[in-house]
Write a protein that binds this ligand. Sequence first.
Ligand SMILES: Nc1ncnc2c1ncn2[C@@H]1O[C@H](COP(=O)(O)OP(=O)(O)OP(=O)(O)O)[C@@H](O)[C@H]1O
Length: 237
Amino acid sequence: MLKISNFSKRYKNGKKVVENLSLDVEKGDLYGFIGHNGAGKTTTIKAIVGILDFEEGEIRIDNHSIKNEPLICKKMLAYIPDNPDLYEHLSGIQYINFIGDIFGVSQSQRDRLIGKYANEFEIMDRLGDIISTYSHGMKQKLAIISALIHEPKLLILDEPFVGLDPKAAHTLKGIMKDFCKSGGSIFFSTHVLEVAEKLCNKIAILKEGKLLTSGEISKVKGSSSLEDVFLELVNHE
Ligand SMILES: Nc1ncnc2c1ncn2[C@@H]1O[C@H](COP(=O)(O)OP(=O)(O)OP(=O)(O)O)[C@@H](O)[C@H]1O
């Protein structure tokens, strides 16, 4: 579903911040992307979703190149950045409808999915309010609902749990599991190792732009905790 091959990225005049990264996210995978601050996670994520240009390597979504066929790719995916930057002057429902219009989502699908997710996140009664009056967590919930409205095949999430209260975080975990159970794929970055350990079937650990390990979580961590494996790898590799 998502294939990253030998991806490298260098910002202007700087050194490479991601180096020769290769990863495979298959149908149904719930894939965690882990690394210290500045490891290169957001850089990789922005390249995957087509908002950051890159010169080296290839990124393919369902076998289409994000570089050469960005529209086909973007129709299949949804991206939630680490800090949802929404149109503050719109109401929540206007924003969801705006995204629904871009993706050509039918009214019945909108009604069904808004009903489902806005109720799950307990935000239904605030959808008529202007986004600038939302808290950070409410904006995050709105970004998640908008991302799911066109039923993407691939969800790319950058630190999705930041700002969510425990109940909303629990709801999101359930949504993520169901999404992958029904054949979708998720690739998400997180610093919360306990969440990655419980939620993911696969993980990748990045250090200073280089992949330290990746694959089935059971193989990566063996009988140790993910935290122990992460600290061991990051401190000693
Ligand atoms: N626009 C930019 N111009 C120059 N350097 C950048 C730019 N954006 C990121 N970097 C650098 O690239 C490196 C990787 O940053 P990135 O944001 O990808 O890391 P991250 O793993 O997402 O970190 P965090 O966990 O703190 O969000 C860092 O050294 C950062 O300073």
